[in-house]
Design a protein around this ligand. Structure first.
Ligand code: 4NP
Length: 165
């Protein structure tokens, strides 16, 4: 049997692109590397507040505590081109999903889903925004995005680029 097409590229989308989506990006890149899968991974915000900014120091510290370096990432905002540049776009929460849909061009080709649609029993739910909370929220955020990243890897291993969520 032919191996599934592995030309997969994944974009994670939150509001500011300094907390949840960079953590998801880091967890996914790490999970892909550990699984030996060559997947392009990036993250963006729907808002413009943090364009060019590195992730929140609490997000960097939480990722680092889990062996992942996200300190070199820089915030950017979702563009129309992202909808054809990436095979899969994942919203971290419901408001992010609304923002993605509002910006989707007619010729969009990416498969768009909520990140937690990949996790059995958590379909349709949101990753809470830890920005206004304390460190505990960042740890909880990491646990969720890491759980989702591992689930995504399993699905991409099985279904390749055709994986639907
Ligand atoms: P994120 O968190 O969407 O997970 O990156 C936020 C970061 C910044 C703001 C809101 C949420 N902000 O309002 O600046």
């Amino acid at each position: 049997m032919e191996a599934p097409n592995n030309n997969i590229s994944v974009l994670f989308v939150c509001l500011g692109n300094i907390c949840r989506s960079p953590m998801a990006q880091g967890a996914m890149a790490d999970a892909a590397r550990k699984a030996g899968l060559d997947i392009r991974v990036d993250s963006v915000g729907t808002a413009a507040y943090h364009i060019g900014h590195t992730p929140d120091p609490r997000a960097i510290a939480t990722a680092r505590a889990n062996g992942v370096d996200i300190g070199g990432l820089f915030g950017r905002q979702l563009t129309a081109q992202d909808f054809t540049d990436f095979t899969h776009i994942f919203a971290l929460d419901g408001a992010n999903m609304a923002g993605i849909k509002a910006r989707a061009p007619r010729h969009s080709t990416a498969r768009i889903a909520m990140l937690l649609d990949a996790v059995e029993g958590k379909e349709g739910t949101s990753v809470p925004d830890p920005y206004y909370g304390d460190e505990e929220g960042f740890v909880a955020c990491w646990d969720l995005v890491n759980e989702a990243a591992i689930a995504l890897i399993e699905r991409f291993k099985r279904d390749g680029v055709d994986a639907e969520f």
